[in-house]
Design a protein around this ligand. Structure first.
Ligand SMILES: Nc1nc2c(c(=O)[nH]1)N[C@H]1C(S)=C(S)[C@@H](COP(=O)(O)OP(=O)(O)OC[C@H]3O[C@@H](n4cnc5c(=O)[nH]c(N)nc54)[C@H](O)[C@@H]3O)O[C@H]1N2
Ligand SMILES: Nc1nc2c(c(=O)[nH]1)N[C@H]1C(S)=C(S)[C@@H](COP(=O)(O)OP(=O)(O)OC[C@H]3O[C@@H](n4cnc5c(=O)[nH]c(N)nc54)[C@H](O)[C@@H]3O)O[C@H]1N2
Ligand SMILES: [Mo]
Length: 809
């Protein structure tokens, strides 16, 4: 066997004789739910088998090879599954993707097409009863669809007519703030830049995005402390680190290529600490599918230590680490190569607030830390001491840190510990918020944000000769409130699945239903198409894998990953239908309909840009980006270089902090955690191994031993005993929130699992119904979807139900 697999076809045939025949995916079916012991390692051959089965089923053999070989290659397209960075071009395998990337690609590059007849045969309400798995399984959208005020059905509509409807509805508003414009993080830089320009040209900053529900807490925490809302770690830094904390993140499922970097940390002698209420398979052991040892052997053990923490206990944990550092400093217990524990030179030259933080650290009792974390003091001391001998520490995190009430304060506590040892702006060290959607960081750089800083507005105004509005706009939760209260009447979504992704499903559904018009720009069907406003449009668009041909020829777009690397992406597949418009073209056509006269000239007071020319040749958009946003000098030339270029990051590049006083800030926040009320549990809502956010690939979660069903709740054994429920029983999850509204998610099968006492887990989006709209992170507004207080009630029926909806028409 070769050491590396460089060719998908040979790999497929070696591993998968007859794989295409074994690809059945079951529809939702409680009766088929099987629970097995959880897995103890991630990736390896089963992962590749699953990826190939899925790809062959969706795309067939030729398209499978064609697409999978293009993923994350310098000449290919950027994988849309996550925002993990790519290795330098020379170090890339021809096989630079993971199981879940392959699934995301297959979902988009599928040969299936939505059959127009389903809209004739079924009302919008009927179609809304299907699950996400079924909806996505219908294939790619091929034509614009419209549901009028008095109709119960979608019907095909022409593009011109679709844009006139939007223009007419927007013109009827009393104020531009009565419309809101959502973005999901797959949108390219080019489309995002043009979109925000259109929205600001229309006159509002109502630009909510998926980031509001995702890493907003990271952005807020980091902007306040280091002056920039992005991570400070390059891929080489991570690989070179001597100590890595992976906190509140499940990379084996959500960022599988991160495991390759973690494997390098291990092989060069580094230490990895996983901080998580669950023992996630990917953090325990990794079998690298590109190495013979990964395929045939038992792989590499990754996490040296697992701190099994209570939900929401991380601020306390890092406060505890602060105590360990302070005590060691006082005792002179620094490591041999260093003169002190704290990096006093760095602290004096580059930071403020150190003493206030130390006072708080000193004053925090261990008893509080133990209660908040559920971890004994001795264990926290043991792990904290690892910091003493590391001068290259990285902390990475994702949704386990960002989706709690005190997430901003928690991330700032992580920043405190990192700053105290000068672990920023030096090789092998830093802060690493690992982003979700593949271009969510780039969209923000492009101005998709309800409150961009003043300089951005000034720069935009200077370039386009108009006055962009300065009033802050609405984020996701505020947009839901606005629609609910009748202040927002038009919703436009650039990708995503707002109705399923947003919290408090019943409220969000009612909010959208009260709109005059909802518009979804999408590649595939999802629930947001069927829980609509009074009138609704579906605008089908090209995806990353599709060839994007415009008047000036084939176009490429750009994206920015979690490590601030910007690079080009170009799809090569024949689009699903000649009728599809690119996202860029859709925005330009919108702008022509709304902001321009009949000749396509921008009306006075709106951005002075040739929208048509921009859509004909995306290089013009990149010129505008270069003129408006720092860091994009020589944009076009630098994306010709394979691998692209890195955007500037002051703290990382030169320890320059763009806060008001040009210093990094220690933050002194009171300790907060979520006590478990008597008879209740704290529920986190998380991803299974077989979903991409609201798109469900199958009903399985192999790593956690779940097969054939998603309505499961993972509970600690002692909780089961104390609450009087047993593995295999069915319970209703009932949210505990003091507003008199009942939020209930019925019929979840209890699964006794290795989670911390008091901390339960169940899958999103099924559990979004339980997340109260007003339960948000302080400072960032992110829905607190990892700390939902719930009660359990035994379900009325204790045997599996028949499937709710018959599949197939
Ligand atoms: N295949 C696949 N890839 C994806 C996605 C997908 O759905 N599928 N989604 C993409 C997106 S948009 C995002 S944002 C990322 C999400 O990536 P993750 O953040 O890894 O996703 P979650 O499933 O929400 O997992 C949260 C993890 O945090 C842990 N956790 C929860 N609460 C706490 C806590 O209080 N403290 C600690 N220490 N840990 C906690 C959970 O046990 C779990 O392991 O993945 C991206 N990549
Ligand atoms: N309870 C709970 N809620 C959560 C979370 C959680 O952990 N728990 N996580 C939150 C997070 S981190 C996020 S990021 C959000 C995700 O929120 P969203 O980004 O809104 O949701 P997705 O499921 O990623 O969106 C999928 C849809 O995007 C469309 N799509 C796919 N590719 C393209 C494309 O290239 N162009 C266009 N125009 N459309 C495309 C398809 O129609 C598909 O149905 O959910 C959040 N909600
Ligand atoms: Mo996300």
């Amino acid at each position: 066997m070769p050491d590396r697999f460089n060719d998908v076809k040979s790999l497929a045939s070696a591993l998968l004789p007859g794989a295409a025949a074994r690809h059945e995916v079951k529809d939702i079916d409680e009766a088929s739910l099987v629970v097995e012991p959880r897995e103890r390692s991630a990736v390896g051959v089963p992962a590749i088998t699953h990826a190939m089965e899925h790809s062959l089923q969706q795309m067939g053999p030729v398209r499978t090879v064609q697409t999978l070989l293009g993923i994350n290659q310098p000449e290919g397209f950027d994988c849309m599954s996550c925002a993990w960075a790519d290795p330098a071009p020379g170090e890339r395998s021809h096989f630079e993707f993971c199981e879940n990337g392959a699934k995301a690609v297959a979902a988009e590059a599928t040969r299936k097409r939505v059959r127009p007849v389903i809209f004739q045969q079924h009302t919008v309400a009927e179609l809304a009863r299907h699950d996400d798995h079924w909806l996505s399984g219908q294939g790619r959208l091929t034509q614009p669809l419209f549901k009028d005020l008095d109709s119960e059905h979608y019907a095909p509509i022409g593009w011109d007519e679709a844009f006139s409807i939007i223009a007419e509805q927007l013109a009827a508003l009393d104020s531009p703030d009565q419309a809101t414009f959502y973005t999901s993080g797959r949108t390219s830089n080019e489309a995002a830049f043009l979109y925000q320009l259109f929205v600001r040209g229309f006159g509002t900053n109502n630009l909510p995005d998926c980031s509001n529900m995702c890493h907003e807490s990271s952005g807020t925490a980091l902007t306040e402390t280091i002056g920039i809302g992005k991570g400070s770690v390059a891929l080489e830094d991570l690989e070179r680190a001597s100590l890595v904390f992976v906190v509140g993140q499940n990379p084996g499922t959500n960022h599988p290529r991160m495991l390759t970097a973690l494997e390098k940390v291990k092989r060069s002698g580094g230490t990895i600490v996983a901080v998580n209420p669950l023992p996630e398979a990917g953090l325990i052991r990794y079998r690298n599918p590109q190495k013979v040892r990964g395929v045939l052997g038992s792989g590499t053990a990754l996490a040296d230590h697992h701190l099994q923490i209570r939900l929401g206990g991380d601020q306390a944990l890092f406060r505890g680490f602060g105590k360990v550092l302070l005590e060691a400093e006082r005792a002179g217990e620094h490591s041999p190569g260093l003169s002190t524990v704290f990096d006093h030179d760095f602290i004096a030259a580059h930071t403020t607030g150190f003493d206030d933080w130390l006072a708080l650290v000193e004053g925090t009792p261990w008893a509080d830390i133990e209660e908040a974390t559920g971890i004994p003091e001795e264990r926290i001391r043991e792990i904290g001491r690892l910091l003493l001998s590391s001068d290259r520490t990285v902390v990475s995190w994702a949704m386990g840190l960002t989706q709690h009430r005190h997430s901003v304060q928690t991330i700032q506590e992580v920043v405190n510990v990192i700053l105290a040892q000068g672990n920023i702006g030096r090789p092998g060290a830093g802060l690493l918020p690992v982003r979700g959607h593949s271009n969510v960081q780039g969209d923000r750089t492009m101005g998709i944000f309800e409150r961009m800083p003043e300089w951005f507005h000034d720069s935009l105004d200077a370039r386009f000769g108009f006055q962009s509005p300065r009033r802050h706009g609405h984020d996701v939760v505020d947009s839901v409130r606005g629609m609910r209260d009748g202040r927002i009447r038009v919703f436009i979504g650039m990708g995503g699945n707002f109705v399923k992704a947003a919290p408090d499903s019943a409220v969000t559904e009612a909010a959208l239903a009260s709109c005059d018009l909802t518009v979804q720009v999408s590649t595939k069907l999802n629930h947001s198409h069927f829980l609509t406003g009074k009138r609704a449009l579906i605008l089908p668009t090209l995806g990353r894998t599709d060839r994007d041909l415009q008047a000036s020829g084939p176009q490429r777009v750009t994206v920015e990953d979690s490590m601030s690397m910007v690079h080009a992406s170009q799809g090569r597949l024949e689009p699903p239908s000649p009728e599809l418009l690119s996202e860029v073209a859709i925005v330009a056509r919108l702008a022509l309909a709304v902001l321009c006269d009949a000749e396509g000239r921008p009306k006075p007071g709106t951005p002075q840009i040739d929208w048509r020319a921009a859509a004909d040749d995306y290089r013009l958009i990149r010129e505008h980006i270069q003129a408006v946003i720092p860091g994009f000098e020589a944009f076009e030339e630098r994306i010709d270089v394979p691998g692209g270029f890195k955007l500037p990051h002051g703290p990382q590049d030169s320890r320059t902090f763009t806060t008001t006083d040009a210093k990094a800030h220690f933050t002194a926040s009171e300790l907060d955690w979520i006590p478990v009320p008597e008879g209740c549990l704290i529920l986190q809502t998380l991803r299974s191994h077989d979903q991409y956010n609201t798109t469900v690939y199958s009903q399985d979660d192999r790593y956690r031993g779940i097969h054939g069903g998603r309505r499961v709740v993972f509970l600690n054994e002692t909780d089961c005993r104390e609450l009087g429920v047993a593995d295999g029983q069915f319970v209703d999850l009932v949210s505990v929130w003091d507003d008199g509204v009942e939020r209930r998610a019925p019929r979840f099968r209890v699964v006794e699992y290795d989670t911390v006492k008091g901390s339960a887990a169940a899958y999103y989006p099924e559990t979004n119904v339980l997340v109260p709209l007003d339960s948000q992170a302080i400072g960032s507004g992110t829905p607190a979807s990892k700390s939902v207080v719930i009660k359990l009630e035994l379900s009325a029926v204790q045997k599996p139900l028949e499937p709710l909806v018959e599949s197939g028409f």
